[in-house]
Ligand binder design. Structure first.
Ligand code: ADP
Length: 318
């Protein structure tokens, strides 16, 4: 049974969270082919020699060496893939377990700040507000880690709902404008009228919008400009957010959607950040059948865009 499982490549890939061609089973098959090719080549080369004992011995030696190398590589890949799977499982379990106490802490602080605020002096309220901000940040990090673990295990489950992307973008933008009020950034919005609905997972698209909008605010200097537009292009609705912020250095452009990536200039400008938002956003958008892309020039600005497919039954709003 184990032997059959070793060659069920699709199952292996799903279990280990790697693509089919990276599975140990695939590697074993390749090594098998290599062995056959080497044996055949040895046969043709050896035809020129007369002594059969020497020929058989040298052929056996070649086969044994190839098999030993192949098995060691395959075992090593198995171990690496297994460690990778265990790491993702650990992150998933740990972040899942952390969510419950974290939300309890958030509820308690909210209770203190609303129902019991009268009994607290100004300093105590300020301290509690700081704790509230920090616990929100921690919850976000834990949720991001959980999403990353699900993506790595191919277990990110997304719903397909019809919804109004323009309305959602407007809501998220309003939230960001009040959160970054003190930055005095000039925001403009251009939403084409009567856009059809899109299909996707509303909660996860909220996460993507929140990430792209908050990045634009985070990486734009005070007094800068942000422009958002939404329009239809063929069978997709495109969301674009343009800023005149710090931009991304040219030599780091290729790494922007990598897990934990933060550009050198962004780290100096904005110390807070995990480098997980864009990795998660890209995986969500692509899993929903959309696209995500960007243009950026250091010290000039960035434009991040994503598109989602128009819903087939496009008047069904949620
Ligand atoms: P985080 O913002 O938490 O660092 P993200 O995954 O959202 O993580 O972004 C990854 C990196 O991409 C950022 O650290 C920054 O270097 C760069 N980046 C993203 N959006 C912008 C933007 N609008 N302007 C400049 N750099 C950006």
């Amino acid at each position: 049974m184990k032997f059959i499982n070793d060659f069920n490549l699709r199952k292996q890939a799903e279990e280990l969270g790697v693509s089919v061609w990276q599975t140990p089973g695939f590697l074993s098959i390749i090594m098998g082919f290599v062995s056959v090719v080497i044996m055949t080549a040895t046969y043709f080369v050896s035809k020129n020699y007369d002594n059969p004992q020497v020929l058989i011995a040298s052929e056996c030696l070649v086969v044994v060496v190839v098999l030993i190398i192949g098995t060691s590589i395959s075992r090593f890949v198995w171990q690496m893939a297994d460690l990778n799977r265990m790491k993702s499982e650990f992150v998933a379990v740990a972040s899942h377990q952390l969510r419950t106490p974290l939300s309890a802490i958030r509820w308690e602080i909210e209770l203190l700040l609303t129902k019991m605020k009268k009994g607290l002096d100004e300093k105590q309220v300020q301290k509690l507000e700081n704790i509230a901000i920090l616990s929100h940040r921690m919850t976000r990090l834990v949720n991001d880690l959980l999403d990353v673990a699900r993506i790595d295990q191919n277990k990110l489950i997304l719903r397909g709902q019809d919804f109004d992307l323009a309305k959602l973008a407007q809501e998220m933008l309003d939230e960001a404008i009040s959160a970054y009020e003190d930055r005095h950034i000039c925001v403009s919005l251009d939403i084409k009228k009567q856009l059809p609905t899109v299909v996707g997972d509303v909660d996860k698209i909220k996460l993507v919008l929140d990430n792209l909008i908050s990045n634009a605010f985070k990486y734009t200097t005070s007094g800068g400009k942000i422009h958002i537009s939404l329009f239809q292009k063929d069978k997709e609705i495109v969301f674009e957010i343009d800023d005149n912020g710090v931009g991304i250095p040219r030599e780091q452009i290729d790494r922007v959607f990598e897990k934990f990536f933060r550009s050198d200039n962004a780290i100096k400008y904005q110390t807070e950040g995990t480098g997980l938002g864009l990795y998660i956003s890209k995986n969500i958008i692509e899993q929903l059948g959309g696209h995500i892309w960007f243009q950026s020039i250091e010290n000039v600005g960035s434009k991040f865009s994503f598109s989602l497919p128009v819903a087939k039954n496009s008047n069904k709003l949620i």
